[in-house]
Design a protein around this ligand. Structure first.
Ligand code: NAD
Length: 267
């Protein structure tokens, strides 16, 4: 049984992770944290997640909570996740990071932590999305530069970063296959006198509204035909189950920064 800490256990993903741990055969939730002023402190993690009480109360200190765990799972905000990694490095705890929206400097801090502890990080922990990333790479390599690439993503109204980490990962997969650097070829907005489309660009369109869990479509558009690869998530459980699978995989690995592709390839 892998002992798991969930950071941000009262969040949308945190609650789903509690359910996923309860359903997993070889993971047990031993601790959960929220921010120090949260009204959820002291409440039972299971009750907060809407399942049976499990006798573990939510606490406000990741430094204390991490000492009880073998793997910390964190789907929160970039600065919170960096603090989680610092606590993990201090105790030798492994980490699964699902938070999106890190900037380049923050990513460098994650790379540094991965020299000390094993970390799985993915913009999307769903098995289906990770299969899509491979399909996209194959499709882009076969279709080549003759097809214009546009990526459309839609999420719920509370999401704070755009485009989604998954859309960016899809863009990176396509750019890699086409020998392009996404930082140079991404177009995130079009307005006014844009001129004709540059065939070397990869366009992103973002939709936000309601309770959409997460939808992504990549279009390869040529004259006379269009190929679309789509993924639609209807429940957060697919992300949570993937993260728990990653937690089981990463516990007791050598230090390093691993992806969900590594988890799926080797377990
Ligand atoms: P959310 O806002 O519902 O949950 C975040 C939780 O973190 C909140 O409960 C908040 O109170 C808590 N938190 C804030 N500060 C904290 C602190 N100092 N210590 C402990 N907890 C703290 O958000 P969400 O929809 O669950 O998404 C969280 C992140 O996960 C986002 O970055 C989102 O993009 C990402 N996400 C990733 C995947 C994936 O598969 N990688 C899937 C879904 C969401």
């Amino acid at each position: 049984m892998i002992k798991v800490l969930v950071v941000g256990v009262g969040g949308k993903m945190g609650r789903t992770l509690t359910q996923a741990c309860a359903e997993a055969d070889n993971a047990t939730l031993v601790a959960g944290t929220e921010y120090p002023e949260s009204s959820l402190l002291g409440q039972d993690i299971g009750v907060v997640a809407g399942i049976a009480a499990n006798g573990v109360s939510i606490t406000g200190s990741v430094g204390d909570a991490v000492s009880a765990a073998e793997v910390a799972i964190d789907f929160t905000r970039p600065l919170v996740s960096l603090a989680t990694l610092e606590a993990c490095v201090n105790t030798g705890c492994a980490a699964v990071i699902g938070t999106t929206g890190f900037d380049a400097e923050q990513k460098a801090q994650i790379d540094a932590a991965a020299k000390r502890i094993p970390i799985v990080m993915a913009a999307n922990f769903s098995v289906g999305v990770n299969v899509c990333l491979k399909l996209l790479h194959d499709a882009a390599a076969a279709l080549g530069d003759d097809y214009d690439v546009e990526i459309i993503e839609a999420h719920h109204r509370h999401k704070v970063d755009a485009p989604s980490g998954t859309a960016l990962a899809m863009g990176e997969s396509v750019a890699d296959a086409l020998g392009r650097d996404l930082a140079d070829c991404a177009v995130y907005a079009r307005e006014g006198d844009t001129g004709a489309r540059d065939g070397q660009t990869i366009g992103f369109q973002t939709i936000r509204g309601g309770d959409i869990v997460g939808e992504h479509t990549v279009m390869f558009i040529s004259t006379g035909e269009r190929v679309e690869i789509s993924h639609k998530a209807s429940s957060r459980m697919n992300f949570a189950a993937g993260a728990v699978r990653a937690a089981q995989w990463v516990a007791r690995r050598e230090p390093g920064l691993y992806s969900m592709q590594d988890v799926l390839a080797r377990d």
